[in-house]
Design a protein around this ligand. Structure first.
Ligand SMILES: [Mn+2]
Length: 442
């Protein structure tokens, strides 16, 4: 075990809700059985490489603040990548997360040529494989960075130049094969700059066709190499572009149906992207399950007063309990998990801060899982929901849904049955129930 995080001398233990040890879990007890399954298998936590190890805290107003000696060291880029990977796996192991996620450029530096870039990625993937084997940490998903380089300034798949499309395709091809080689459970298509700034220079229909074609090529290659996991699109409404094509779950749903991709492509839903699109987190989850598109989650938090993508660590048990409730009532994760696409504030410059961020996020999600599981097991919300729609099982409801009723027959029915008895939606009562579980579940 490397010693970048030498002040943390042992794996983070579970100590229970009364613990005051900042380097212990109060709620995440990996082996605790919840609804017949260990917490570890419900939550499937992953640490992301990019915010935690490939970012030094720089923002548009200032330089890096975080202690990441492998960034900008000026030395050999591959040596720096190896130092970064040693620190990353040391962190994964001490924190006790079963998974991690990366972009190709997070783990391996780009070379001067495409061939050199590929060699770098292959060499780093070999090293990653040996770390995976020695630590037991698995790859939740891999992806390609198709937005940082200048050539991608007008998008990758949606670029006006097919040569850029070809470069993006080549990069995805190698990142997908690398993900497959590392036993990745999913492959993510995160459309960093797949959008536009103005329609004055953008052919909307042309770009949508290109995006559909790229995704079809990825699906075709996934089958060719025998990659079993789903391809995941990640909805986001805007930022950095003014309009992103993968705006929200509903927009992705329509897009995937148009290009006949619903069997192979699912969605990676990020909390902060959901709120940026004007939706609640649990809405996006429910929308994905309704169309059989639920894949994975990027667990983080926005800020109520900031209209941009701040990627804080999860902080709200209420928000996450409502999200976990939707996940649990629809059967939970299969290939996906909870990836902390979360980053430290740039003033959090101690090495322990990375532990505090993740420990807090894992505890918020674990507590939310417990609350959601008890709510579901007790049926207190589900029973109200079921009874609310109960009359749709009656002949009238069945006739409407089954197609035997027409607009005219319904007019006749309504004129013969004047009396309608509205029932309370009981929203305040249900909110009180959720609050009671938040207060009481242990
Ligand atoms: Mn984000």
């Amino acid at each position: 075990m490397n010693d970048f995080f030498s002040s943390v001398t042992q794996p983070i233990p579970f100590e229970g809700p009364e613990s005051e040890n900042p380097l212990a879990f109060r709620w995440y007890d990996a082996d605790r059985l919840v609804a017949g399954k260990p917490m570890r298998d419900h939550l499937r936590f992953a640490v992301c490489y990019w915010h935690s190890f490939a970012w030094d805290g720089f923002d548009i107003f200032g330089q890096g603040t975080l202690d990441r000696p492998w960034i900008g060291s000026g030395g050999d880029a591959m040596d720096a990548a190896k130092m970064k990977m040693a620190a990353a796996f040391e962190f994964f192991e001490k924190l006790g997360t079963p998974f991690y996620c990366f972009h190709d450029v997070d783990i391996a530096p780009p070379g001067d040529t495409l061939a050199e870039t590929a060699r770098n990625l292959d060499e780093m993937a070999t090293l990653a494989l040996s770390y995976q084997e020695s630590t037991g940490v698995e790859l939740l998903w891999g992806t390609a960075n198709l937005f940082s380089e200048k050539k991608y300034m007008a998008g990758a798949a949606t670029n006006p130049d097919p040569e850029v499309f070809a470069h993006a395709a080549g990069q995805i091809c190698h990142a997908l094969e690398t993900t497959h080689r590392l036993g990745g459970h999913n492959y993510v298509m995160w459309g960093g700059r797949e959008g536009y700034e103005t329609l004055l220079n953008t052919d909307y229909q042309q770009e949508r066709e290109q995006l559909g074609r790229m995704l079809a090529l990825v699906v075709e290659h996934k089958h060719k190499i025998g990659f079993d996991g789903p391809i995941l699109l990640e909805p986001k409404p805007f930022e950095p572009t003014k309009h992103q094509y993968d705006f929200d779950v509903a927009a992705c749903d329509a897009f995937l149906q148009r290009y006949d991709l619903v069997d192979d492509v699912k969605l990676n839903i990020e909390v902060n992207h959901a709120t940026l699109s004007g939706h609640d987190f649990d809405h996006e989850i429910a929308a994905a399950f309704a169309s059989n598109l639920f894949g994975s989650i990027d667990a983080n938090a926005g800020d109520d007063r900031l209209g941009w993508d701040v990627d804080r660590f999860p902080v709200s048990v209420e928000q996450m309990s409502l999200g976990m409730y939707q996940i649990l009532r629809n059967g939970g994760f299969t290939t996906g998990g909870l990836n902390f696409d979360s980053k430290l504030r740039r003033q959090s410059i101690d090495r322990e801060d990375l532990f505090y961020g993740h420990i807090g996020g894992m505890d918020v999600m674990a507590r939310s899982l417990l609350i959601a599981a008890e709510l579901l097991a007790d049926g207190v919300v589900e029973d109200v929901l079921k009874s609310r729609y109960q009359s749709w099982t009656n002949p009238l409801g069945q006739g409407i849904l089954g197609g035997s009723e027409t607009l005219e027959s319904l007019r006749l029915h309504a004129s013969e049955n004047d009396y309608v008895a509205p029932a309370s939606g009981q929203q305040e009562h249900l909110e009180n129930v959720v609050r009671r579980y938040i207060e009481q579940v242990r």
